[in-house]
Design a protein around this ligand. Sequence first.
Ligand code: DC
Length: 249
Amino acid sequence: MKQTTTPANTAKIGNFSPNILGNKRINIAIDGHAGCGKSTTAKQLARRLGYVYIDTGAMYRIVTWVFLRDGIPFDQENPQMLESLKAMEIDFVHNMEKGLCDIRLNGVVMDQEIRTPEISANVSPVSIHKAVREAMVEKQQQIAANKGVVMDGRDIGTVVLPHAELKVFMTADVAVRAKRRLAEMEKKGLAVSYEEVLFNLKERDRIDSTRAESPLKQADDAIVLDTTHLHIDDQVEKVLEWAKEKMSN
Ligand code: DC
């Protein structure tokens, strides 16, 4: 973990709102299956629009990291879990150098430690709990209140931002997703096999789609984007086109 004390190159996201195109500010909700390029697309889109990118999966990953660190059971809701959630201050600060937000837990920037196979294997079981979801959704809705946000996750278009002007539901063939995710992890030096990655993606999709609390599902008014045969640049261009259309309406 890197300690940060909000240096000169960061700003609380409420203070960061340049809209470079000068059009109507909208909110963009991107949902979909694990590993189909949601965050890569959302990041590039936010950069191009001068919007704030909010990675809601990172919030659930932080909760999982804390529960594992503190030995808090998460097979069912319990008082320790509720106490821990109350003590967690998760926020986003704009990092001018990166042109993106850092996510922080109690003032400390969290990054690679929440992207490990261990966190990936435990995050879906943690995310099924109502108390966990309520705490995260409240924060997400506060952040998006001023518009100009690109938010990705599983329940953004259905629960968090049901009135988002643009909703995209991303998917891709699971074998293609596993290959892309494996390449990313290998680049970071993480030792993991194709079979493990494939199993994790399938298992997360299964748990995320079948849970009782705000399961992953396509919002009725979402546009489906299948990225199986798309290059990342084309993905971004497509969503950017849809966004510009909504911004000019
Ligand atoms: O986007 P990601 O793969 O980093 O998300 C990790 C997990 O967090 C995902 O498998 C389920 C959970 N999640 C969720 O339940 N709701 C969200 N809005 C975002 C993520």
